[in-house]
Write a protein that binds this ligand. Structure first.
Ligand code: SF4
Length: 466
């Protein structure tokens, strides 16, 4: 709702979309066009985001009343002219209409996300034509047509009423979503610095939708107040969640330093292999993991992060390239285990374990190397969260390592940047050019590996005596 208010009242506070956002949008448009190309006799687009919306809505109604043509990007307006909707397609089925939207998702969760949008289109069709559509559908990233079960009309009406109230209000809503939701939002640079400056408790990872209103009612809506609270008293007041965490996070923020829950108990005396994958989260890509990065650290206490020798297997384009990269990585992992049977593979968060399992399902194992690797992994992020609280907004490796003083070779690099860079390299006309474009991705991944070692070293050094 805050984003809605900002879009209407202060759009200048938002940043334009990133190159990655544009890439996602392009991906969506390409999918929509593919779907459109498969519908015979399609008329449109009637409204492509530019031009006269009212005229497009009139033309849509005229075509629906006088023809049975399937329509591309038809426009619908509410009776009061305050709501508009442009579904991707409207099709005829017997005497009824079918609304269909093209979506790139492949996971079932995408269908849930489409419910309210389709309810909106459905309501507009009913207002325009006097009858609701026969059904609403999406065609997903695999070109499967899925029926969308609409929410009760009252839910949609309530949402519209809330949105209208937000738009009409002169005051910016004082709401903050979770950091993971906000990070990709164009208004992040407006909302988060203000929340940090003013000490909103919403910036703490342990604060959520359940306990934030409870804490605010107790007068603990700002970090200094929460930092001074007694966890036992908070529990007695019915505060949801781990109250020790709430207070510890608030204290860490208020004092601007890391606080330890317990000694981290880091494994010692083993060869460490820093392990980090770069992948493309888009649905149905041929190469989900395009870089397998690692660095063998046989003497962790004697080797600095800067001195790590980082290696990477980068997948060539296409399914064959994907498989070849996986096989190459397994070969290298086998060689590492041969030289360092005790190797402990350090990764950050669930991503590496999840994708290792998926590749094992996708292509199978070889001499049980993948299975051995799965049994030799250590999640540094998990260990960190279990043992320490830091005064940061998220526990991504970027933020944690930066807080501990790690310097990235290029601060503009990030996972989204890396995906765009890989796509560019993939499209390069020759191998030499492709290799040249891969170089910055290697550096970026090497930075991630070194950042992990920096966090590990800090935990070993400072976490011994909490
Ligand atoms: S940054 Fe977060 S709180 Fe602010 S508008 Fe975006 S999603 Fe909403």
């Amino acid at each position: 709702m805050r984003r809605l208010w900002l879009k209407v009242h202060a759009p200048e506070l938002g940043s334009g979309g990133s190159e990655f956002d544009r890439r996602l949008a392009d991906h969506g448009i390409a999918h929509e066009r593919e779907v459109a190309a498969r519908i015979p006799g399609l008329v449109g687009p009637l409204f492509d985001g530019h031009g006269d919306l009212e005229a497009a809505a009139e033309r849509t109604l005229e075509l629906l009343r006088t023809t049975r043509d399937p329509l591309y990007q038809p426009a619908f307006l509410s009776r009061d002219g305050r709501r508009a909707g442009v579904p991707d397609f409207v099709l005829h089925d017997g005497d009824g209409l079918v609304l269909r939207d093209a979506k790139t998702f492949v996971n079932p969760g995408g269908l849930t996300a489409a419910r309210l949008q389709m309810a909106h289109y459905s309501a507009l069709v009913e207002e325009s034509l006097g009858a609701p559509p026969l059904r609403c559908e999406v065609i997903n990233g695999r070109h499967e047509v899925l029926r969308v079960e609409l929410p009760p009309r009252a839910e949609y009406d309530a949402l519209i009423a809330r949105m209208a109230a937000v738009i009409e209000s002169p005051d910016e809503p004082e709401l903050l979503q979770s950091h993971s939701k906000c990070e990709g939002c164009g208004f992040y640079g407006h909302c988060w610095p203000r929340a940090i400056r003013e000490g909103w408790i919403e910036i703490l990872p342990a604060v959520n939708r359940m306990n934030q209103p409870q804490l605010a009612r107790l007068g603990l809506g700002r970090i200094p107040a929460l930092a001074a609270a007694d966890p036992v008293w908070l529990t007695s007041q019915g505060i949801k969640g781990r109250t020790e965490d709430l207070v510890l996070e608030a204290r860490s923020r208020a004092e601007g330093r890391a606080l330890w829950r317990r000694a981290p108990g880091m494994p010692s005396g083993r060869t460490l292999v820093w392990f980090d994958l770069e992948g493309d989260p888009s649905a149905d890509v041929e190469v989900p993991i395009y870089l397998w990065g690692y660095a063998v650290d046989a003497q962790p206490t004697a080797t600095s992060a800067a001195a790590l020798a980082c290696e990477a297997v980068i997948a060539a384009p296409g399914r064959d390239g994907d498989r070849a990269a996986w096989e190459d990585f397994l070969t290298r992992a086998a060689a590492i285990f041969a030289s360092h049977p005790d190797a402990l593979w350090i990764h950050y968060d669930e991503y590496e374990r999840t994708w290792l399992k998926r590749y094992l399902e996708r292509y199978g194992d070889r001499a049980a190397i993948g299975a051995r690797l799965l049994n030799s992994m250590f999640d540094l992020c998990r260990a960190l969260k279990q043992s320490a609280v830091l005064p940061i907004t998220s526990y991504s490796i970027k933020r944690v390592a930066a807080h501990l003083g790690f310097k990235w070779s290029d601060p503009a690099m990030g996972s989204q940047w890396s995906i765009v860079q890989y796509e560019r390299a993939r499209a390069a006309p020759d191998v030499a050019e492709r290799e040249r474009l891969f170089e910055p991705i290697r550096s970026y991944n090497a930075d991630d590996l070194r950042a992990m070692k920096c966090v590990w070293d800090w935990m070993v050094r400072d976490g011994l005596a909490p």
